[in-house]
Design a protein around this ligand. Structure first.
Ligand SMILES: *Cc1c(COP(=O)(O)O)cnc(C)c1O
Length: 427
């Protein structure tokens, strides 16, 4: 697989380099130089999720990794289903939250962990990351138990929800969690300081599990095929997919699935009040406003970092505006849609409800609608209970971790102290 840097086109890398580096020069994103095209989609869709996903990813990766290796990686990463549920005639929810941390980020995070392990030469890696909650959990679970890879996660002590803390600070083994006596910005600054320390970086094989890593997007392509495979041929030929978007990785993956040959009629970019992209599609002006806090807080992003990839792909494929619908939804409207879905017999949290709402408004007769449910309702229990007057139950993984012992160590906002921790825990 060859990829180029969108900003500095002369920088060309392999899959392995792109996975290890994350970003290119000048903070440029990597993009595939060519995309395979599957001619017999029906045959591909007839296969099971894991072997089909391995075929798709192997076609993308090319001869850099043997097909059996890719199959093994996919098998390790995708150990949970992505079912579709009909919520009303012709409208389906794609449930992406059956992984260990109850959000779609498990798909990308776990495949990235497998990829990193597969392309690292001597294998000794320390992943260092700062989290304000969700990313830390996905990263911790993705790398849990992997040999020669240590994960160190910093988070601000007392500033994430107790349940979130339990979800990733109770694992042990190669997952080291550090509660910093400060705020999230301080945690991020410590991470940055570590990456700026060339000697330390070499010594412990420092790497970031960055959210713009191409391997994440590649993994996410696979569940679009999985959704289509659960529909009849007639349904999927008129498919409109609505994606609740923050950094726009999920939508990028959907568009890549279309480029590989999956017959998707169009997509809808659904956002909350952080509506930089819907406004851009309307006016042609890229004009990010300060980020505002909403009840769908995983989408509180006003400068979506994957957008350049979408522009690149639409340009390459010469896709016009009819490929991409858009809509921005307020907290009140998303609450309304959570209620509407609940009354129709489907429990949904605000992120999925936003995608549903815009889909509802724009779906035409004869089309099949699919909206992505990116998180388990219990993950946003506070909001959901508040809107519905319910007391929803915690699913297995959360309930299990809720009673486990916290294993974090506490540290002051002190780089020298952090360095000692990093040296102590290295593989
Ligand atoms: C990360 C996240 C999103 C946004 O996904 P992007 O790929 O960044 O657009 C939506 N919903 C949930 C629950 C998320 O965690």
């Amino acid at each position: 697989m060859k990829l180029y840097n969108i900003k500095e086109n002369d920088e060309q890398v392999s899959f392995g380099q792109a996975v290890r580096q994350g970003l290119g020069r000048n903070q440029g994103l990597f993009f595939p130089s060519s995309l395979p095209k599957f001619d017999d989609i029906d045959q591909l869709l007839a296969e099971d999720f894991v072997p089909r996903s391995a075929k798709i990813l192997s076609a993308l990766i090319g001869d850099e990794l043997p097909e059996e290796k890719v199959l093994e990686m996919v098998d390790n990463a995708f150990q949970f289903a992505a079912p579709i549920k009909e919520v009303k005639a012709g409208v389906y929810a794609l449930e992406l939250f059956h992984g260990p941390t109850l959000a779609f980020k498990d798909f990308g995070g776990r495949f990235m962990a497998q990829s990193l392990a597969a392309v690292s030469d001597d294998g000794k890696i320390t992943i260092l990351t700062a989290t304000s909650g969700d990313t830390g959990a996905a990263v911790a679970h993705a790398f849990y138990g992997m040999e020669n890879i240590n994960v160190v996660i910093l988070y601000p002590k007392g500033k994430i929800s107790p349940l979130q803390e339990k979800l990733f600070c109770t694992l042990g083994k190669n997952i080291h969690t550090v509660a910093i006596n400060s705020d999230f910005d301080a945690c991020q600054a410590l991470v940055k300081q570590a990456f700026d320390d060339e000697a330390l970086r070499k010594e412990i094989g420092l790497n970031s599990a960055n959210s713009i890593n191409i391997s994440r997007l590649m993994a996410q392509i696979c569940y679009y095929f999985e959704a289509a495979s659960q529909m009849t041929k007639q349904q999927r030929e008129n498919l409109v997919i609505s994606v609740p978007s923050g950094n726009f990785g999920n939508l990028t993956a959907g568009l890549l699935a279309k480029a590989l040959g999956l017959p998707i009629k169009r997509f809808i970019a659904a956002t909350n009040a952080n509506d930089t992209v819907p406004r851009y599609l309307e006016t042609g002006q890229w004009d990010p406003k300060p980020t505002v806090a909403t009840t769908s807080n995983a989408m509180d992003v006003s400068q979506p970092n994957n957008w350049p990839r979408i522009e690149e792909l639409c340009q390459i494929k010469e896709w016009g505006l009819d490929t991409l619908g858009k809509g921005a939804v307020t907290d009140e409207q998303s609450a309304e849609s959570v209620r509407e879905l609940y009354n129709a017999g489907y429990l949904c949290e605000p992120h999925g409800a936003i995608a549903y709402r815009v889909l509802e408004q724009q779906l035409q007769p004869g089309e099949t609608g699919l909206f992505l449910c990116t998180a388990h309702p219990a993950k946003f229990k506070d909001v959901v209970d508040d809107v519905l007057g319910t007391d929803i139950e915690l699913p297995g993984p959360l309930a299990k971790h809720a009673v486990m012992e916290l294993l974090s160590e506490e540290l002051d906002n002190d780089f020298e102290a952090l360095k000692q921790v990093l040296r102590r825990v290295q593989p």
